[in-house]
Design a protein around this ligand. Structure first.
Ligand code: FAD
Length: 341
């Protein structure tokens, strides 16, 4: 059997909620190890909207998705959390001592007294448009997310889709692109009306092109795009492009979490609102993955859930220690843990 890495709390998912859980658990002297499918921390904030402004994080009137992740990483650094990236948490079994053994798709093993599922929407995958041979261009000239706008500077962009992502990126990337064409299968959009109006104004001003139709074929060499064939209502047109950004939405797959014997409700994990514990004692679920009456899929809700979960986790890991409620402003003991005194 593989030698297991031991920790107090194993957190599945390093999204904003998993990251903040490290802070709350750290204040209670619990060590954490986080595992994520992605290659870096931040979950949806880092993967789907790193440069978009968020306006409803308490005390941050505006902060970008990546900015929030960077601040969280700074905030949890005193607790020295351990990360394993590019791994799916695949297996979970209970050990005779009541703890858990967690395994990844690459065969690593972890043992923890408590497991916190902060898996968001599960493993989220962009929907691939039905264009033959598109796989050969993915990651080179076809992208399903914008991590850094600068990477698209001076490129001939083709954006496909009619929802908020397609419209938002049309507006945001127009100033940096050499030329930008938006393609949607019909002239009506599902995006916010304000974004649609702004896009139409850019079109009227000749700053972008808009084409009704569907991308049928791509041409290029060694993964680098040269053009796309777009079938419109009347004819087929060839559009020169060096980068293609299809925004066809995301499929959220719960993935292996579904096989861990925890009660589920429509792919979400029901929890109580005192401890955010699942149907399995010692396994907690916080953030977008959980469900309870009144649940809001907001980052700030996940932060609150992490704080309450941590109190319950402490009682499991250190059953003989009394949990004393303390403020970070006035507790020297908490401040020592944070390294500020
Ligand atoms: P996620 O951010 O989804 O992170 C979960 C992580 O778990 C992911 O990194 C995933 O890879 C990993 N994971 C899943 N399954 C496994 C597994 N089996 N093994 C290993 N890793 C796994 N919220 C707000 O409060 N304000 C906003 O303004 C706002 N704007 C948004 C804009 C957009 C475009 C989107 C898409 C969302 C927005 N949200 C906003 C919602 C917010 O991003 C989510 O509520 C938040 O990301 C949830 O955090 P989380 O940590 O629970 O999950």
């Amino acid at each position: 059997m593989t030698q297991a890495t031991k920790t107090d709390v194993l957190i599945v998912g390093a999204g904003p909620v998993g990251l903040f859980a490290v802070f709350e658990l750290g204040l209670l002297d619990l060590k954490c190890h986080l595992i994520d499918i992605l290659d870096r921390p931040g979950g949806q904030c880092a993967e789907l909207y790193p440069e978009k402004p968020i306006y409803d994080i308490p005390a941050w009137p505006v902060i970008s998705g990546q900015g929030l992740v960077d601040r969280l990483m700074e905030q949890i650094s005193p607790f020295d959390p351990q990360f394993t990236f590019n791994r799916i948490v695949a297996g979970l079994e209970r050990l005779p001592d009541g703890g858990f053994r967690v395994t990844t798709d690459e065969g690593e093993a972890f043992e923890a007294k408590v497991v916190v599922i902060a898996a968001g929407g599960g493993s989220f995958q962009p929907k691939r448009p039905p264009i033959p041979g598109i796989e050969a261009y993915e990651g080179k000239s076809v992208f399903y997310a914008v991590r850094r706008m600068e990477e698209f500077r001076g490129e001939n962009l083709l954006i496909v889709g009619g929802g908020d992502s397609a419209l938002d990126w049309t507006l945001n990337l127009q100033p940096v692109a050499r030329r930008l064409t938006l393609v949607h299968r019909r002239p009506e959009f599902r995006a916010a009306p304000d974004s649609v109006n702004k896009m139409l104004a850019l079109k009227e001003a000749g700053k972008i092109d808009f084409q009704v139709g569907q991308v049928r074929a791509l041409s290029g060499e060694n993964g680098m795009l040269k053009s796309a064939m777009v079938k419109g209502p009347d004819d087929e047109v060839e559009i020169a492009c060096t980068r293609l950004l299809p925004f066809f939405g995301l499929t959220m797959k719960l993935g292996p979490v579904a096989e861990w014997g925890i009660n589920l409700n429509e792919n979400l994990i029901p929890v109580d609102t005192e401890k955010f514990e699942t149907s399995e004692p010692g396994i907690f679920a916080i953030g977008d993955i959980n469900h309870y009456p009144g649940k809001l899929k907001l980052i700030l809700s996940g932060f609150h859930e992490a704080a309450l979960m941590a109190q319950a986790a402490k009682r499991i890991v250190h059953p003989n220690e009394k949990v004393v409620f303390q403020y970070t402003t006035s507790s020297t003991s908490l401040q020592k843990k944070l390294g500020v005194v």
